[in-house]
Design a protein around this ligand. Structure first.
Ligand SMILES: C[S@@+](CC[C@H](N)C(=O)[O-])C[C@H]1O[C@@H](n2cnc3c(N)ncnc32)[C@H](O)[C@@H]1O
Length: 211
């Protein structure tokens, strides 16, 4: 959402991508149909910073894709910590697992292949940090599914909360992604159990803290 030159300037004044992330970024662009889904340099650093501030023991990620954000989030894990990450597209698994191995975090990852709507109820853990980054129409369902698994003070980060600006345009009822995001943003905004910030960074990140 910012000018390309400013984006470049911000990237040049942020710690660089690690070699593993740089290569994964490239590999994702070479081998996948929608490489733009990957968090990328600045958002990856943002996730890393947030995770390092929280120092979570258990992280849940919904939407692994090729593993970029999971590697970033892993940087803040406690030594005995673990990321549970869910991806429904089985064709992406080998790229992500390979990247986790190269990043040396394969022992801190629980990878679940399948639909997050089915899998989340089966994960019997409590989380300090949840990253929602899968199908937009289910964001509110994910919120409800994870809420009771959040420790008090835990955070949810939900990507694409501004959805390229579509959240302030007239949404067609057939556009389930936009409708899903509108429902999610509105629900969080009136939920007295949380504090929230819709951060206008990249495609918008809804930050939620359970009170
Ligand atoms: C935006 S990408 C995730 C990007 C990744 N978090 C990153 O930053 O590098 C969204 C991913 O969610 C997956 N996905 C979509 N619907 C899903 C569902 N119901 N359950 C699990 N994964 C899903 C897609 O296959 C896709 O790989």
């Amino acid at each position: 959402m910012i000018k390309e030159e400013l984006q470049k300037y911000a990237e040049e004044h942020s710690s660089p991508e690690s070699e593993v992330l740089f290569r994964l970024n490239r590999e994702t662009h070479l081998k996948t149909v929608h490489p733009r889904m990957l968090s990328g340099h600045l958002q990856g650093k943002f996730l890393e910073m947030i995770s390092c501030m929280i120092r979570p023991k258990q992280i849940l990620e919904i939407g692994t894709f090729t593993g970029y954000s999971a590697i970033c989030l892993s940087k803040g894990l406690t030594l005995d910590g673990c990321i549970h990450t869910i991806e429904k597209n089985p064709e992406l698994q080998h790229i992500a697992m390979n990247a986790f191995q190269k990043a040396g975090i394969e022992n801190q990852i629980n990878y679940y292949s399948g639909d997050a709507m089915d899998l989340i109820p089966k994960i019997n853990e409590n989380f300090n940090l949840v990253f929602i980054d899968a199908d937009k129409e289910n964001y509110l369902n994910y919120y409800h599914l994870v809420f009771d698994k959040l420790n008090p003070g835990a955070f949810i980060l939900a990507d694409n909360a501004l959805w390229s600006g579509k959240v302030i345009e007239e949404a067609s009822p057939a556009d389930k992604d936009t409708v899903g995001l509108l429902d999610f943003n509105d629900f969080v905004q009136q939920d007295a159990r949380v504090e929230n910030l819709l951060l206008p960074f990249r495609d918008g990140i809804m930050m939620v803290r359970k009170l």
